[in-house]
Design a protein around this ligand. Structure first.
Ligand code: SF4
Ligand code: SF4
Length: 565
């Protein structure tokens, strides 16, 4: 251990730490551009210059290791003068086009210009001009004038994505970031370069010029794109998701997420194919009906089937709260033993950074809350067999397009009565007698369990028309951010979707069993009080980084039937 002093604060830290790391541990932030906690040290921006007593010159805090007795000053006049000089140097050729820059409001250079620069420019000469729109790859555009050559993006590609695709050419103030000859910035993690770029040099083709960051609200949630469950922020304006960015969680995804999860998972929230209200199949075709009518009809239809004629399919896409109540409803109210769910593996699409072959966010959770058969005969294959043999006549399917598999679709076409919960139209909803519009991951509270056995929270980022959503923890204050909540309501919330647990509670009630939950949190509290693996957990304890399941040993669950996409 080394005993050191930074800005008068004395503490012990591990030998081998750099000054910038030791300072961060103590909550002392030393300004920096090129240093990043998960990348190698490059030491090129010089922004982290500090004074170490007994050393003749200022040193860079990112590349200087602590030693016993070291005394460091991060804010004395000598350091402040040097920092202002570095800022002046960095800004000489910077285009200062903050008014049209996507990064404005969220930019290290802009923030440091306020905090650490002299506040005006002494540079009268012409700036060096560089290309403003360089197409680096499928998702990223470079504004070369804004680049401060910190090399974070280059190191990310080399060290984290392990795809050396970026480099610098030229010298001095003509240095320019570029791709290697014949290469593009095209790897599954390419958009993380945008997040770590400390200026607006790298921008997202998808988000470019769509909004100023101060117009957006952000919600801490989890990506539903695969079993990793990367922690992320969902950024919303006018009830529309405009981007998703990674959120630091050292136990799950560090600072990163994949481009697929970032770009594709929110498309279904605003898809043309969203189911906007309950739909019932009538002789004239499918028609939209009210919630009360649909719930009453389903309750009365299920009363007409024997227990042995009913099967229930849960979902690796649904939350623990949804699956928990569905299996409880299946066992306690419908009285069936035919209960199962499907995992969705994309064989081969996995790497050793984040991406998992299991493309569902909650296969592990569905298993843990009891969405599984007592024996193989009452599992998915047994259900298909039961349908084929005419034993199973009514099927309840939650948030999973099981009929995407043509063989399953063929079986479902034989069933007498099919009820489906789904956010969007798909092969399964097209076969259904009743379809309930289900809320997406971005519209409800709940929890997922990732492949590591970590229980993590999802939170509503956009509003649906569900009248009592405020009681389900939707942050009403967010609705107030831009004018009247009613304007925003009318503009954004057009989908009358509900979380699955709430729909199930409504049907159970009409079948004579009252589930008195006012929110997803209350469902979770019950599962946490009844299931050993969740014992003692609460939404507050799960917090923003999640907690591990209580299991003697975290094992991969026994695989239920898989469907490959
Ligand atoms: S593009 Fe951004 S991250 Fe890359 S070197 Fe330039 S400033 Fe740094
Ligand atoms: S690795 Fe999986 S969970 Fe993470 S961002 Fe990609 S799809 Fe989402």
């Amino acid at each position: 251990m080394a005993r050191i002093t930074i800005d008068g604060k004395q503490f012990e830290t591990d030998n081998g730490r750099t000054i910038i790391e030791a300072a961060r541990e103590q909550g002392i932030e030393i300004p920096h551009f090129c240093w990043h906690p998960k990348l190698s040290v490059s030491g090129n921006c010089r922004m982290c210059l500090v004074e170490v007593e007994k050393l003749p010159k200022l040193v860079i805090a990112c590349a200087t290791q602590v030693s016993d007795g070291m005394v460091v000053h991060t804010n004395n006049p000598k350091v402040i003068t040097a920092r202002k000089a570095v800022m002046e140097f960095l800004l000489i050729n910077h285009p200062l086009d903050c008014p049209i820059c996507d990064e404005a409001g969220d930019c290290k250079l802009q923030n440091y210009a306020y905090d650490h620069s002299i506040g005006y420019s002494r540079f009268d000469e012409d700036k060096v001009h560089k290309p403003k729109r360089v197409d680096l790859g499928p998702h990223v555009v470079l504004d070369a004038e804004r680049c401060i050559m910190c090399s974070r993006c280059v190191r990310f590609c080399d060290e984290i994505a392990r795809k050396p695709q970026l480099t610098f050419t030229q010298r001095g103030d003509h240095v320019q970031l570029t791709t290697f000859p014949g290469e593009h910035l095209d790897n599954p993690y390419s958009m993380n370069t945008i997040d770590i770029c400390p200026v607006g040099a790298l921008t997202s083709k998808d988000f470019r010029f769509k909004a100023r960051v101060w117009e957006l609200s952000s919600t801490e949630t989890v990506c539903p794109g695969c079993a990793r469950g990367c922690n992320m922020l969902v950024w919303v304006r006018n009830n529309e998701i405009l981007r998703q960015t990674p959120r630091f969680n050292p136990d799950v995804n560090d600072y990163w997420m994949c481009d697929y999860g970032r770009l594709n998972t929110f498309r279904q929230v605003h898809a043309e194919t969203r189911i906007k209200a309950p739909v019932m199949k009538k002789e004239s075709g499918p028609v939209e009906v009210g919630w009360d009518e649909a719930i009453a009809l389903v309750a009365s239809e299920f009363k007409g089937f024997k227990k042995s004629q009913i099967a229930v399919i849960g979902s690796a896409y649904a939350t623990n709260e949804d699956n928990f109540l569905v299996q409880k409803f299946a066992r306690e109210v419908l009285g069936t033993k035919f209960i199962d769910f499907l995992r969705h593996d994309l064989d081969g699409d996995e790497d050793d950074l984040l991406i998992r072959a299991d493309k569902s966010p909650n296969g592990r959770g569905a298993m843990e809350v009891g969405m599984q058969p007592g024996n193989a005969a009452s599992g998915f294959e047994g259900i298909l067999r039961g349908i084929k043999e005419g034993q199973i006549k009514a099927l309840y399917v939650i948030e999973d397009n099981i009929a995407a598999d043509p063989l399953v679709a063929q079986s479902l076409s034989r069933i007498d009565y099919l009820v489906v919960h789904s956010p969007v139209e798909n092969e399964t909803t097209r076969l259904a007698d009743v379809v309930f519009p289900a809320s997406t991951y971005a519209e409800k509270n709940g929890t997922f369990v990732n492949f590591q056995g970590r229980v993590q929270r999802i939170r509503p980022a956009v509003a649906t028309l569900e009248q009592d959503r405020a009681t389900d923890g939707f942050a009403m204050s967010r609705l107030d951010m831009f004018g009247s909540p009613f304007d925003r309501w009318a503009k954004g919330a057009k989908i009358d979707a509900r979380p699955t647990w709430r729909i199930i509670a409504g049907i159970a009630s009409l079948m004579g069993v009252k589930y008195r939950y006012a929110s997803a949190e209350e469902v979770f509290n019950e599962l946490a009080s009844t299931l050993e693996a969740f014992k003692g957990m609460s939404y507050r304890k799960i917090g923003v980084r999640g907690v591990a399941l209580h299991l003697p040993k975290v094992q991969a669950p026994a695989a239920p039937m898989h469907i490959s996409r």
